[in-house]
Write a new protein. Structure first.
Length: 396
């Protein structure tokens, strides 16, 4: 026994020292800067930044669904930003291809300069046509991994902090996603039945919720009597056909949302990494929280904001329009949709919506998000102005 007692004491002493080492406080997160952002259709976050010594500010989408950081190919051409071909393959919705890289670039945000960034180069012309504003790139993992990022949708300001200890708001909820380069969150969903599954936490997706067709079919989650409606959407590879429906419930952490608009997507390139991930949570749902995105601690903190009880957009028109060469051009009209019944045709130019002649595609889309009102649309067809009326219908 005399030989055993000292051994036990040593083990206890070592365990005590080890415990103290784990509990050693980490440095406090330090405030770095604060700057505004704007939101485009679907709640997508766009911030302005300078690149290298280029005097013009550029528009970047802030995107947790991006595994790096990227520049638009036309932006590179305009400002003569050198880039080199690579064997790196980028896969997005509707496309998979090799990309070039612009190496060792410097980004200047208000109050923050980030050096040694390697941008992959992509074509974001379709995003520019969706929002009617030039999209010069996407800021993703290469930025988030370095900082703690607070996004406040009430004030439309972003705050950036150095990694470290940070107190989260009282009554908030902290998620602990699985982090690769993209955060993957376990979400509870309910429609035909209730189940838990993994979904990407994607601030760059201008929608509420998306599921791959394969996940939806294998899980049998969608009520069979509900018939999804065909619609056109946009991805990295261009324009896509999707189907639009609702789920009875989507729960993120302890927060439940009822009758959530949901896109169903034929994922030919397996962007969603099924069967590990079933789809994604988009910013049109997530904008209902002020959030602290803490990649260094592998946490995302959510606090309901002033938009938490905003109604979802259930309006369906079957109309797809884009800002092209200074005009808003109808690109697709779904057969049997409210747009077709209104007499709208492909290649019509939308001049005004409800007497709004701003030629602002985001404002026009906002006006069309009403499933209870008949909406006036003035279009130009073959040089002639025509007044039409469209009655959006609800997807509920």
């Amino acid at each position: 026994m005399k030989r055993i007692i000292p051994l036990i004491i040593i083990i206890i002493f070592n365990a005590s020292c080890y415990g103290q080492e784990i509990l050693t406080p980490q440095p406090q997160a330090k405030y770095i800067t604060r700057f505004p952002f704007v939101q485009y259709s679907g709640g997508v976050i766009v911030i302005k930044a300078l690149l290298n010594d280029i005097p013009d500010s550029l528009n970047f989408v802030l995107d947790t669904g991006s595994g790096g950081i990227s520049l638009d190919s036309s932006t590179c051409a305009e400002f003569k930003i050198p880039n080199r071909p690579s064997d790196t393959v980028i896969t997005g919705m509707g496309n998979s291809h090799k990309v070039s890289f612009a190496f060792n670039q410097t980004m200047h945000l208000p109050g923050l300069t980030i050096n040694a960034l390697n941008f992959h180069v992509n074509d974001y012309d379709v995003l520019t046509s969706v929002y009617g504003e030039k999209i010069d790139g996407i800021i993703g993992y290469s930025f988030f991994r370095r900082y703690i990022v607070k996004i406040n949708f009430d004030s439309t300001f972003i705050e950036v902090y150095s990694p470290g200890e940070m107190a989260y708001p009282k009554s908030s909820t902290t998620l602990h996603p699985v982090f690769t380069t993209l955060p993957i969150q376990n979400v509870q969903i309910k429609d035909r039945r209730k189940m838990d599954f993994n979904f990407y936490f994607d601030t760059g997706a201008g929608l509420c919720f998306l599921m791959s067709d394969q996940f939806a079919d294998d899980s049998g989650i969608v009520m069979p009597k509900r018939k999804p409606l065909l619609t056109q959407a946009e991805g990295m590879g261009g324009k896509l056909q999707m189907r639009l429906t609702v789920l009875k419930m989507v729960q993120v952490g302890r927060y439940k949302f009822r009758n959530v608009p949901t896109y169903l997507y034929k994922d030919e390139y397996n962007v969603t990494s099924y069967p590990n991930v079933g789809g994604l949570l988009g910013i049109d749902l997530l904008r209902r929280f002020n959030m602290i995105i803490n990649y260094p601690r592998r946490e995302i903190n959510l606090f309901p904001n002033g938009h938490f009880t905003d109604e979802f957009d259930y309006a369906y028109t079957g109309l797809a329009a884009y800002f092209v060469n200074g005009v808003i051009l109808v690109d697709d009209v779904v057969p049997g949709s409210p747009a077709e019944k209104a007499g709208i045709l492909k290649d019509d130019i939308i001049v005004a919506v409800n007497n709004n002649f701003s030629n602002n595609i985001i404002k026009y889309k906002d006006i069309l998000q009403s499933e209870t009102k008949k909406i006036q649309i003035i279009i130009r067809r073959n040089g002639i102005l025509i007044q039409l009326y469209i009655q959006p219908k609800s997807i509920l």
